[in-house]
Design a protein around this ligand. Sequence first.
Ligand code: NDP
Length: 250
Amino acid sequence: MAKLDGKRALVTGGSRGIGAAIARRLAADGATVAITYAGNAAAAQATLAAIEASGVRGHAIQADAADAKAQAAAVTKAAKALGGLDILVHNAGLGEFASVADQDADAALASYRKQFGVNVDGVFAGTVAAIPLLSDGGRIIIVGSINAHSMPIAGGAIYGATKAAVRQLASGWARDLGPCGILVNVIQPGPIDTDMNPADGPFAEMLTPLVALGRYGKPDEIGALASFLASDDSSYITGAAIDIDGGMSL
Ligand code: NDP
């Protein structure tokens, strides 16, 4: 028996990058997996095909994480399609890097609202919709960032604040939901090679030398940690924020 056999998971932002790798890994470990995506239907279909190639059912839902109603509806649709929900992975997110010292005030506020909308409001709306569906043994896993506590370059104030916010939501939710047997944890990646942060992009020249292992991480390395946190092997871990950053924030 695979370690997630019979489990039903929703991964937000599962069409590309880290979310797609998490969705593929949960499916490879036996879970049925629904994903959401913002607009890239072709990428969502590709992830769906990879999920189903593992021999489990999959489902793809277009939903803007910043839209609370759409996010709640996506949780309900996923649970309906899969016959219930055991694992919710909040991965959908975006980052806009600009120094407040150089930014026009209107642009700074628009970026603040956009990043908090997806990275924080989406996590909040999805969680409150999922709680009535989850039961003893349920898992909420949030993809945060080491930028919640560590900011090695200029321009990341808003992004880091969104990731600190979800880390603290997880602490509170772990307390609230512990008595129900629902575990809440945060994965805090360092630089991971995706469309958002390519290993050969302009950020990479600044960031790679700061990583103890001297390289970007791979999305599949985050998938492995997500699968562990979704499984019975993590049954005494809740409220944790786990850095997975190749030793960047030492
Ligand atoms: P990508 O840009 O490669 O992929 C983003 C994914 O999120 C896509 O599936 C995208 O859907 C989806 N998405 C974006 N905006 C929305 C939205 N409004 N509603 C629903 N889905 C949305 O990003 P990564 O894989 O790099 O990042 C994933 C998560 O990991 C984010 O939370 C990010 O902050 C975090 N992270 C990433 C790091 C990195 O170095 N890459 C480091 C630390 C944390 P679509 O394909 O339709 O556009």
